[in-house]
Design a protein around this ligand. Structure first.
Ligand SMILES: C[S@@+](CC[C@H](N)C(=O)[O-])C[C@H]1O[C@@H](n2cnc3c(N)ncnc32)[C@H](O)[C@@H]1O
Length: 258
């Protein structure tokens, strides 16, 4: 049976619908866990989180911790791809200090509005947020030392194009540190073509060898990779996919060749 390809506009609309709620109603019911308790379980340092706006932490919807892999240094330029309400961008801003800078990119207006409001309110002068798609980011070539991304690439329809774009904005030798959802076995076409399951962070999970292949094709060489068993799915459908297909959270760091 030939399945229709995923409708990118429909997918983006569904994903924006979910993350609008994440920004504005973080106390609502979601397919996934959120907030500061999750961050601490994933490995974030509590003292670091104390220096980040609490409202950004409430809307954290990432799937892992990769700041040890990113190893940010004072003065570096960082891009947060899919910055959400800004939790990781604010953590990065503290790490790179006043001589460094962070740009967050997200496609969902309400997430951007929240992160911009918190940055302004709490005086984060070295952070800015831009609206854009990961597949076509509004930033120059080779502008960043590090790209970070948490729980986002699984939501993009074309992983190969996304990794090419992330590589484009990195300086040669720059690092990509991310956490994301992948699967051990390929998902069925039926699951992959369901935009609601995709927006719930299940349907878009790439098979892990394909994922590594797309990174390599973009000129990004993996230096370290690990599973995040601390990240657990909470809805029944997500738990079923995790069990049947090995859908799981991973973190990795890759370096741009050249
Ligand atoms: C799971 S949330 C993670 C947000 C943030 N990284 C965090 O840890 O809280 C995914 C975010 O990615 C954004 N997003 C999903 N697909 C995107 C795309 N193709 N381009 C830009 N942003 C996207 C959504 O709007 C949402 O804010």
């Amino acid at each position: 049976m030939t399945m229709r390809p995923i409708d990118v506009e429909e997918l983006r609309g569904k994903v924006q619908g979910v993350y609008r709620q994440v920004a504005e109603r973080p106390d609502g019911e979601f397919h996934f866990e959120m907030g500061r308790p999750l961050m601490e379980r994933l490995g974030y340092d509590p003292a670091t989180l104390d220096a980040v706006p609490a409202e950004a932490l409430e809307s954290f919807a990432g799937v892992g911790h990769h700041f040890d892999l990113a190893a940010l240094r004072p003065g570096e330029r960082v891009l947060d791809a899919g910055s959400g309400s800004g939790a990781d961008a604010f953590v990065a801003a503290r790490a790179v200090g006043p001589d460094g800078s962070v740009v967050g990119i997200d496609m969902t207006e309400e997430q951007l509005a929240k992160s911009r409001r918190l940055a302004e309110r709490d005086g984060f002068a070295n952070v800015g947020f831009r609206q854009g798609y990961l597949e076509t980011m509004p930033v120059e070539d080779a502008a960043f030392d590090v790209v970070i991304s948490n729980g986002v690439i699984n939501l993009t329809a074309d992983k190969a194009a996304t990794f090419r774009e992330l590589a484009r904005v990195l300086k040669p030798g720059g690092r990509l540190a991310l956490s994301d959802i992948v699967s051990e076995k390929p998902l069925t076409e039926k699951i992959k073509c369901d935009t609601s399951l995709w927006a719930a962070c299940i349907g878009g999970a790439a098979q892990v060898d394909d994922y590594r292949g797309d990174l390599a094709a973009a000129g990004l060489r993996i230096r370290a990779e690990r599973d995040n068993p601390e990240y657990a799915f909470i809805s029944t459908s997500a738990q079923g996919a995790s069990r049947d297909f090995g859908v799981k959270s991973v973190s990795l760091v890759a370096v741009k060749e050249g």
